[in-house]
Design a protein around this ligand. Structure first.
Ligand code: PGA
Length: 248
């Protein structure tokens, strides 16, 4: 099996504060000190500069698909980079479902993030209804193909994928390790059919109600390389223990 480094990322969504960031920074540094796990925080955009100054590996939760111009309120990828961000989430299901971002817009954001030197973390996942109708694989394929159509499979070389079943986000209903592994394996096999090396190197994270109790079992699956953590990333002890569990 390829030796991929585990990666645990917190997604604070529209939560958090300067105080919480300060409280968490040293614990994050301590848990990632031995280099055996990548740890990052996707903080609200207004906290990116502060977070990077505290030496926390930082990401933005979305970026504009536009480079610059008259787009009031948007988040500029180049400025996120300048302030020290390393990663950008693109296509989180809340962006897709609440803010109506299509596969194509998400792919444009992916391209912009990469062009400006950020590593995109492409979020994919099916709704409960799509799962019930056996559409999980086709939905995820379309979400990934939108990026491949623009950049080829090589575009995924400097990126991360996060599989987040929509029905598991913020619901307390986690996919079982077997359910999650099945989809991760599908994603890796799909990419391997295009480029074996890229597929073997790609970190594929699981997200959706991961907590300190279920993380070890999820992360033990062969194609799950860590997690994207929402609610539990706002609690220092829970988040650090999830990071520890990714070390195996
Ligand atoms: P959750 O969120 O861990 O609170 O389910 C995960 C996410 O939305 O990234």
């Amino acid at each position: 099996m390829a030796s991929r480094k585990p990666f645990v990322a917190g997604n604070w969504k529209l939560n958090g504060s300067v105080e919480l960031l300060n409280e968490m920074a040293s614990s994050i540094e301590a848990v990632s000190n031995d280099q055996s796990v990548d740890v990052a925080l996707f903080v609200p955009a207004l906290l990116v500069g502060e977070s990077a100054k505290l030496d926390v590996v930082t990401g933005v939760q979305t970026v504009s698909e536009f480079e610059s111009g008259a787009y009031t309120g948007e988040i500029q990828a180049s400025l996120a980079k300048e302030l020290g961000a390393k990663y950008a989430l693109v296509g989180h299901s809340e962006r897709r479902h609440i803010f109506g971002e299509s596969d194509d817009v998400v792919a444009q954001k992916f391209v912009m993030a990469q062009q400006q030197g950020l590593t995109p973390v492409l979020c994919v996942g099916e709704t409960e209804q799509q799962r019930e109708q056996n559409e999980t694989e086709s939905v995820i394929s379309a979400q990934i193909d939108a990026v491949i159509d623009k950049l080829g499979v090589a575009g995924l070389e400097q990126s991360v994928i996060a599989y987040e079943p929509v029905w598991a986000i913020g619901t307390g209903k986690t996919a079982t390790p077997e359910q999650a592994q099945q989809v991760h394996q599908f994603i890796r096999a799909k990419l391997a059919s295009l480029d074996e090396q890229i597929a073997q190197r790609l970190q594929i994270l699981y997200g959706g109600s991961v907590n300190e109790k279920n993380s070890s079992e999820l992360f033990a699956q062969p194609d799950i390389d860590g997690g994207l953590i929402g609610g539990a990333s706002l609690k220092k002890d829970a988040f650090i223990s999830i990071c520890e569990s990714a070390k195996g």
